[in-house]
Ligand binder design. Sequence first.
Ligand code: NDP
Length: 238
Amino acid sequence: MSRVVLVTGGNRGIGRACVEAFLKNGDRVAFTYRSNPPSDLEGENVLALQADVNDPQSVENAFAKVEEQFGNVEVLVANAGINKDTLLMRMSEDEWDDVLDTNLKAAWRVAKRASRNMTKARSGRMVFMSSVVGYFGSPGQTNYASSKAGLIGLARSITRELGPRGITANVVAPGPVATDMLTALGDQGAARLTDLVPIGRAASPEEVAAAVTFLASPEASYISGVVLPVDGGMAMGH
Ligand code: NDP
């Protein structure tokens, strides 16, 4: 089985682990990066695409290139994301807009574009990278948490709208993951989060990628609209 996969923000962190996991499965994997393509992700089954998910033309160009080189996208992983954390009273309109645009609107944008050919094929898989904070909440992350909660509504609406066309849409909700995003919080900030995790550590990007590849696998054919926590037990019950 070799499918065409597109991962946004696949040059580093969780996205990169997803790219590697799909490649290991034998899929053909396209991924987006913004500025620097990783030099060690090359080969006939991998395609690096320069794209800013906030730019509709850039997204359109990326899809056109995947279709030209590999064929229609059969598995979409909407992973690209940012955070701009600050307390509610200090948060600027720009900080709100940038995070909502990148994390939620751009996910809607790529899902919309992918759905065009998935509906024709009457088959497709979409996985959205949310976060525990989408339902757990987090001080200083009103913008980020809102964007991640929005992905749940997006995936569940796609499930209801496109389920009859053979398309599944699911959400992965990681707790802290050992990537640049966590490092940027500093040792104390990262420790504050991992202290809330019963397993007592951050996830590796590969542990999150394993959930993504499962939701995109044939074994997950009857799973749609779920939120799959990969959080070491951090938000259980929420
Ligand atoms: P990183 O900061 O390591 O990577 C973020 C990725 O998103 C990069 O590839 C980045 O590209 C890309 N990206 C950001 N903005 C854009 C844009 N406008 N256009 C295209 N690509 C963009 O983060 P992680 O790997 O940790 O995060 C991946 C996803 O997982 C995010 O959605 C994040 O919110 C989510 N997540 C992360 C957690 C964590 O603890 N790390 C926990 C829960 C969820 P570039 O390299 O060009 O900047």
